[in-house]
Write a protein that binds this ligand. Structure first.
Ligand SMILES: Nc1ncnc2c1ncn2[C@@H]1O[C@H](COP(=O)(O)OP(=O)(O)OP(=O)(O)O)[C@@H](O)[C@H]1O
Ligand SMILES: Nc1ncnc2c1ncn2[C@@H]1O[C@H](COP(=O)(O)OP(=O)(O)OP(=O)(O)O)[C@@H](O)[C@H]1O
Ligand SMILES: [Mg+2]
Ligand SMILES: [Mg+2]
Lengths: 228, 228
């Protein structure tokens, strides 16, 4: 599904650039479940943003589903995102003056799904993360973990083939974390969705079959093991 | 240092209120180090915001350093916050178009500290969290864990007597988490600062001498044990 070759990302910072990614070559097949780990600042979110077509590399090549993503313009990238990719951001990125339900509906609005079907699917996704009763709450009325779960619901509602989750359990208690990871395992196993999870938590990484570790903008290890 | 009696917080939500806190009575002495734990939505951040004078309870009493905080107006509360309390928010709350250094300086600006002393102390706090070389970066140029560490530096810079840290390690890798918790232990042990840490991570809670657990807006257990 995903193939990268020599991806680099250099941010202009002061007099020198900052190399957030320094030649990342890897691939992920459809149906994989992988954890992405590494120290703070090692390039994980930068890599995830590129995989999710939210950002472009400075150099290197990225093919998604056989298609060279580097050649796409803004509209092509947006189309891919809306159609293929569910994203859980590290900073949740909920619209602030918008209810939980409307936040979760948003990918379907971009898709042109009808109002009634949108609402049905958004409510089902909220119930799957234990927040059906809070559908009318604004983000400011939700705890940190509750906001995170709304973001997870939004990522799952468009039946994307690729789910990129950047620290999806950072603000969740152990029980909620397990429930979310069990959801991701079901999506992966039953629907064949490719799941990549950035995490600092070894208990979360243990759900994945493969662990890719970053350090200073590079992949330093890539281990495939038995599922937990 | 802290004494609460029957603290309740009811948010107006739809036709009924939502009881985020339901009669919390507890106390924390100067020099304590306690972890606050509990499921998502159990009232931890709500309680921390009240202890930090960022919000008021619906009912109940709260005395900080012998002073009835409920009787204070806005200016009195702001004075207490700026003078006595360092706060690490769950959502980091950095000013977006402001450098890391300027964000960390902010409590000292409110204090009227001179520019040169402000800058010296802010840079020292950034170096203590491993980000001295990123002092000129805006929050948008920092990773999630780096932003969290800037927030921690800001909480420590005003030599507050009380440090309230809401999920300070949620976005940090294990090594960075240990470094931050070691910093907190040193502040507690060497300077007598009272430290309350909300966390979902048992490894982080293990640094505390006391663990207070919330469930559905109430304290359900309060255990004192040996330090880790
Ligand atoms: N927009 C930007 N401009 C400049 N530098 C950036 C930008 N975004 C990220 N960086 C820098 O690039 C490096 C990698 O950042 P990235 O967010 O990918 O790290 P990360 O592995 O996700 O870290 P964390 O675990 O803290 O979330 C960091 O040093 C960061 O400060
Ligand atoms: N401004 C608000 N308006 C309405 N309800 C709120 C508001 N803030 C919090 N709540 C609700 O109060 C309850 C407690 O929230 P709180 O943020 O204290 O939980 P928490 O224990 O910090 O959870 P987490 O671990 O997810 O951060 C939750 O049900 C939440 O939705
Ligand atoms: Mg990150
Ligand atoms: Mg909270």
């Amino acid at each position: 599904l995903i193939e990268t070759r020599g991806i680099a990302k250099v941010y202009a910072l002061g007099e020198t650039g900052l190399r957030a990614l320094d030649g990342v070559t890897t691939s992920f097949e459809q149906g994989e479940f992988a954890a992405i780990m590494g120290p703070s600042g090692s390039g994980k979110s930068t890599f995830m943003n590129i995989l999710g077509c939210l950002d472009k590399p400075t150099s290197g090549a990225y093919a998604l589903d056989g298609r060279d993503v580097g050649r796409l313009g803004r509209d092509g990238l947006a189309e891919i995102r809306n159609d293929k990719i569910g994203f859980v951001f590290q900073a949740f990125n909920l619209l602030p003056r918008t209810t939980a339900l409307e936040n979760v509906e948003l990918p379907l609005v971009y898709r042109g799904t009808s109002g009634r079907e949108r609402r049905r699917r958004a409510l089902a996704a909220l119930e799957a993360v234990g927040l059906g009763d809070r559908w009318a709450s604004l983000p400011s009325q939700l705890s940190g973990g509750q906001q995170q779960r709304v973001a997870i619901a939004r990522a799952m509602v468009n039946d994307a083939r690729l789910l990129l989750a950047d620290e999806p359990t950072g603000n969740l208690d152990t029980k909620s974390s397990r429930e979310i990871m069990d959801l991701f395992v079901r999506l992966n196993r039953d629907s064949g969705i490719t799941v990549l999870v950035v995490t600092h938590d070894a208990n979360v990484a243990a759900y994945a079959r493969r662990v890719v570790r970053f350090l200073d903008g590079r992949i330093v290890s890539d281990e495939t093991g038995a599922p937990a």
